[in-house]
Design a binder for this molecule. Sequence first.
Ligand code: FES
Ligand code: FES
Length: 175
Amino acid sequence: MTGVENTSELLVETVTTVNGREVRASVPARLHVADFLRQHLGLTGTHVGCEQGACGMCTVIVDGEAVKSCLMLACQLDGRSVRTVEDLAEGDELNGLQQAFKEEHALQCGFCSPGFLMTATALAHQGGRPDRAEIREEIAGVLCRCTGYDTVVTAIERWFAEHPQAVTDPIATQG
Ligand code: FES
Ligand code: FES
């Protein structure tokens, strides 16, 4: 015994809204949100790269803001609302932002795509219509190992131009 309490198995009761559904869970105190989403809820669209806040692959939206889910503990989600990339599609159809990524060839392997998609969706939650330079600045926290970033910026710019409701109504980010 070292006298230091081992809290790794401590469980915390949480109630979280995930993609519009209430989720009650007992989560290990040290579990981060990305692993909670992937391993406990099966939402594997949230990808994990560095697990230290550097790559942005794990970006989700918490209460309207883009959050790197490897840097947040699952127990901190209690009482909060989370949106993941699984919530973007409309049934079997891609939403407007996903469609723009597809048509602008804004991905290759797609590993980073959930990070870009959720960062752009969070940008819509903030309102306004970002210009190209602002989009570039906003997505700077997401790294892509495959593409140039121009097509990603173009896809996001196109989505804002074609779906102004995403700007005027922060909740209407499905279009
Ligand atoms: S996995 Fe979270 S920022 Fe890299
Ligand atoms: S498309 Fe492969 S990492 Fe971005």
